[in-house]
Every structure is written in structure tokens, then in C-alpha cells.
Design a protein. Structure first.
Length: 94
């Protein structure tokens, strides 16, 4: 079984290779807003949020609501279960 943390690391590593892309992992502490995505960053000045799930899983209603909140503000926001999916969220070809 693939751990979500492994997928998050893979996505993070891949996004780091994209020029003008900064990516950060949001660590789960008491200080974060519940439901905000695993990864966030900026691609050529555009803020993005990516929720990572294990294959066969999907975001919780709260996670969907948070993604929608970011999207409504103008950010890129989506979810993925693998690297290709995350690139699709950012509209970056593999
Ligand atoms: Mg997640």
C-alpha cells in the first residue's frame, strides 16, 4: 500500500523541478486551518493548493470546501493521487 506521505514527497520533488515554482508541505499542527491542502506554493506568481490522497481515496467535504475557498480567491486548487494528477492540476505536462 502506498503511503500518502510518500505520494506527497514524490509530488513535491517533481514540482521543485518546474521553473518558477515554489512548493511547500503544510505540516499538520494545531496552528494550521483544518482541511487546508497538503501542498501549497506559487507557480509563476499564481498561488496553488494541492490536496494529496491515496489512490482510491478522495478529499473530505471540508477539504473540498477549503480547495473551493482558495479557487474562489483566484488560486489554482485541486487534488491528486499521484504526480501526473498534480501536474494536471497545475496544467503542466508530464
Ligand atoms: Mg491529504
Amino acid at each position: 500500500m502506498v503511503l500518502e506521505s510518500r505520494i506527497v514527497d514524490n509530488v513535491k520533488q517533481r514540482l521543485r523541478e518546474i521553473p518558477q515554482c515554489v512548493v511547500r508541505k503544510r505540516h499538520g499542527t494545531a496552528y494550521i486551518t483544518r482541511g487546508d491542502a497538503d501542498l501549497y506554493g506559487s507557480l509563476r506568481g499564481r498561488h496553488f493548493e494541492i490536496e494529496v490522497k491515496r489512490p482510491g481515496k478522495q478529499p473530505t467535504p471540508l477539504q473540498f470546501a477549503r480547495l473551493e475557498e482558495w479557487r474562489a480567491s483566484g488560486a489554482i486548487a485541486g487534488w491528486a493521487t499521484n504526480v501526473a494528477g498534480a501536474l494536471a492540476v497545475l496544467e503542466c505536462a508530464e
